[in-house]
Design a binder for this molecule. Structure first.
Ligand code: AMP
Length: 488
């Protein structure tokens, strides 16, 4: 199995506010959906960095006393989720470093596609990494001394890293927001009480009553300091845009606006489009909460079939630490979502979800509906089939576990035990965004990766480094034996 890095993240930065940490806390609260594994905030007070981070949700990591101690008028914050098996506190962001040009903190959303090569190169120059995250590579490169000043190092670093990044960087004097030239992940700019704010999504601005100013443009580097905001452009103007369309389908919060389009409206339009492409004779439209709600509303509106919230979500379900027994499977199915059986009994039901990845969730929902006496269950999905893994930061498994990459639509329908199964077309999905197809990365659907990624090269580098480590271990062992001989 090839290794694909997977990180979701939310980033936040603020410059020039007396309650910087508190606003960062509320901003991160609004970005919690982008990462639930760890959270952290770094502030800068009189040239000194103050940091707190921990594993868990924003509300679990911080309390009023911790926030009070995080004094300073600048802050950078991060929420992280990773599935690479590296869920450790040392990987929690923002990462910080102290170097010749002072302290630097970084919060990163996205995945680099040349991280193995860069890490290898930096290690060969004697640098030692403390974490396994891509962001540390950027931090190490930023910490390198440069004869031409810090901004030059920043531009050089961003020109060398490839893939997806929306970054918030803090130095002792400034907060910097930067977005990769393709603009894979969102990043926006706001103002509150005269302070500047940079955040992954507009919902974080709403949360702190900040006014939305504009998006950070793909390839733009925004440097914010006491003199104001300066915008640098370090990349060719005509770099292909590649915003992740899955942010509109599932990942971003529906109350965010991206590229001038309300995510809620786009999702609803995906549902309407789905109803135009795939009309079904049915009595009820039922969403899978929460991800399918907007599309189901659109489907119901367009088809005229009544909408019912037949599945009710329990909002207080945390992680379960039980073993994967039948009990835990039932826990997942019934405690997170409970069905109001009387609504669906003897009815022909259209169930709407945003995506089918492994198929597990959908299969469980169809089963619950049929057990409750639904006469027919038709599954409609508000995006096309997922055929390929994402290498730019969304957690999709490798191809072997992606249902649509291995089975035909009818085989999937049979697996789900559904009466019919329909996906939104690629053109329909794009149309619902109100933007041109060229604006998007749709690699998970069409296999066209806008920035090349070579997992075989990565694998080769990783194996070579393992061999080097082994040889080094053997040499150390030989040295020890020599020393022992000399001591005798
Ligand atoms: P499954 O088909 O069981 O793997 O899960 C699909 C469900 O997970 C859908 O209802 C989506 O809302 C949700 N989903 C889709 N993509 C992701 C993702 N990358 N991470 C977490 N959940 C996802």
């Amino acid at each position: 199995m090839l290794y694909y890095p997977k990180h979701y993240c939310g980033v936040f930065g603020i410059f020039g506010h007396p309650n910087a940490a508190e606003l960062a806390y509320y901003g991160l609260y609004a970005l919690q959906h982008r990462g639930q594994e760890s959270a952290g905030i770094v502030t800068c007070h009189e040239g000194k960095f103050l940091k707190h981070h921990g594993m868990g949700l924003v509300s679990q990591v911080f309390n009023p006393r911790i926030l009070r101690d995080l004094v300073g008028t600048m802050a950078v914050g991060h929420t992280r989720y990773s599935t690479t098996g590296s869920s450790q506190l040392r990987n929690a962001q923002p990462l910080t470093v102290e170097c010749t040009r002072g302290q630097i903190a970084i919060a990163h959303n996205g995945n680099l596609t040349n991280s193995a090569q860069l890490r290898d190169e930096l290690e060969n120059h004697g640098l030692v990494f403390q974490t396994t995250v891509d962001s540390e590579i950027i931090l190490m490169m930023l910490a390198q001394p440069s004869l031409n000043g810090a901004q030059n190092t920043l531009v050089q670093t961003l020109r060398r890293i490839e893939g997806a990044y929306s970054l918030v960087i803090m130095t002792e004097k400034e907060v910097i927001g930067a977005r990769d030239p393709h603009g894979f992940r969102p990043l926006c700019l706001g103002r509150v009480d005269g302070a500047w704010v940079v955040a992954s999504e507009t919902v974080a601005l709403d949360q702190i009553h900040a006014e939305f100013v504009r998006e950070v443009a793909p390839g733009e580097i925004m440097v914010i300091n006491d003199r104001g905001l300066v915008s640098l452009h370090a990349f060719p103007e005509h770099t292909r845009r590649a915003f992740c369309i899955f942010e509109y389908v599932y990942f971003a919060r529906p109350d965010s606006t991206i590229n001038g389009h309300s995510v809620y409206e786009v999702r609803k339009e995906m549902g309407r489009q789905l109803a135009r492409e795939h009309p079904v004779n049915a009595d009820l439209v039922v969403p899978v909460p929460d991800s399918g709600v907007c599309a189901a509303l659109g489907y119901s509106e367009e088809s005229g079939i009544p909408f019912e919230m037949a599945f009710i979500r329990n909002h207080y379900v945390g992680r379960s630490f039980l073993q994967p027994t039948q009990l835990i499977r039932d826990f997942d199915v019934r405690v997170k979502l409970n069905l109001i059986g009387s609504l669906v009994k003897d009815k022909r039901v259209v169930i709407v979800d945003d995506s089918i990845v492994r198929g597990t969730t959908c299969k469980a929902r169809v089963k619950t509906l049929k057990e409750a006496g639904a006469r027919e269950v038709h599954v409609v999905v508000s995006c096309p089939p997922h055929m390929n893994p994402c290498v730019y930061g969304i957690d999709f498994p490798d191809r072997s576990k992606l249902m649509a990459a291995n089975y035909s639509r009818d085989e999937i329908r049979q697996y789900l035990n559904a009466d019919s199964l329909y996906y939104l077309s690629r053109a329909g999905m794009v149309k619902a965004t109100g933007q041109a197809a060229q604006a998007f990365c749709m690699a998970c659907y069409d296999g066209h990766y806008p920035v090349p990624y070579d997992p075989v090269l990565d694998k080769h580098i990783i194996e070579r480094r393992k061999r080097q480590a082994q040889t080094l271990g053997e040499a150390v062992e030989k040295d020890r034996e020599q020393i022992k001989l000399l001591q005798v």
